[in-house]
Write a protein that binds this ligand. Structure first.
Ligand SMILES: CC(C)(COP(=O)(O)OP(=O)(O)OC[C@H]1O[C@@H](n2cnc3c(N)ncnc32)[C@H](O)[C@@H]1OP(=O)(O)O)[C@@H](O)C(=O)NCCC(=O)NCCS
Length: 249
């Protein structure tokens, strides 16, 4: 590939097949068809695609990279303790990166960096938004390097967060503050943060206690439950079968 001319645009319904194809190639998990439907139709998900317009007609509008994000309420997120006191009280929001990828032959040309810059610009344009965040599996060095390069801060290591084909993997949680978002710093904020962190710890223990009950649930109800995504704190992502949690790996 010589001198690609990369353009960025929203993902649209005609991208459905290539979007699905790239996800299958890049990620060790299978995403439900509803996820791609939601992305291409912009249902609760905002996305950007990268295309190489220097390619011959017919390929010049084909996706070679993408990023998908969702807006979540700060007070319902697992990083509420990483935000100032106001964020847990009011209608403040966060942008959560669901998936990001660039096809092999187009890597190391700064395409993912540009896609992340689009996300940061978008998050900054939302007055209520205080940060962009994401999970990444602990062995994904190119992605970890990329987020650090883009000034994301690694704020947490979540043990056994992913369960892929029966094997547990840790994840890192990366965060980038926007619009004056910041970590708690006053004694009151630190206390509130500590309490909310402890509360999430209790939720984790409760989730573990419920785990055996979960096994008895039907597959359908499991799928529905995992749709709650970031509103559940520190829940493990079981990626062995169909996956509806949508986090980056
Ligand atoms: C991670 C990914 C999106 C990066 O895409 P990209 O377009 O190549 O990223 P960029 O070109 O903007 O930046 C890549 C940077 O990582 C560096 N890099 C690449 N491989 C690396 C590695 N194994 N270790 C450390 N750094 C690495 C490059 O040198 C480059 O840094 P530089 O700009 O300082 O030279 C791409 O590798 C990918 O799609 N991976 C598979 C899907 C995935 O893991 N997605 C992220 C899930 S959280």
């Amino acid at each position: 590939m010589v001198n690609p001319k990369i353009c960025y645009r929203p993902i649209r319904p005609s991208d459905f097949d290539s979007l699905e194809h790239i996800h299958v190639k890049l990620f060790p998990i299978r995403y439900e068809s509803t996820f791609f439907q939601d992305v291409v139709n912009g249902r609760d998900i905002v996305s950007w695609g990268a295309v190489d317009s220097s390619q011959p007609h017919g390929q010049s509008d084909q996706l070679i990279g993408f990023v998908t994000v969702r807006i979540v309420l700060a007070k319902e997120s697992e990083i509420v303790d990483m935000l100032g006191y106001d964020s847990s009280k009011s209608g403040q929001t966060l942008v959560y990166i669901l998936t990001l990828g660039v096809v092999d032959s187009y890597r190391n040309h700064g395409i993912a960096s540009s896609l992340i810059r689009e996300v940061i610009k978008y998050a900054s344009s939302i007055p209520t938004c205080r940060a962009v965040y994401l999970h990444v599996i602990s062995y994904n060095n190119p992605a970890i390097y990329l987020y650090k390069k883009m000034s994301f801060k690694c704020i947490r290591r979540l043990q056994g967060f992913y369960l892929i084909n029966g094997q547990q993997y840790d994840s890192y949680l990366f965060l980038y503050y926007v619009n004056g978002g910041r970590a708690p710093c006053s004694p009151l904020e630190l206390l509130a943060a500590m309490l909310s962190y402890m509360r999430s710890g209790f939720k984790l223990v409760a989730a573990k206690l419920c785990k055996s009950e979960d096994r008895k649930m039907s597959r359908w109800s499991k799928c529905k439950e995992s749709h709650s995504l970031v509103s559940v704190t520190h829940n493990k992502r079981n990626l062995a079968v169909e996956y509806t949690g949508y986090e980056c790996v």
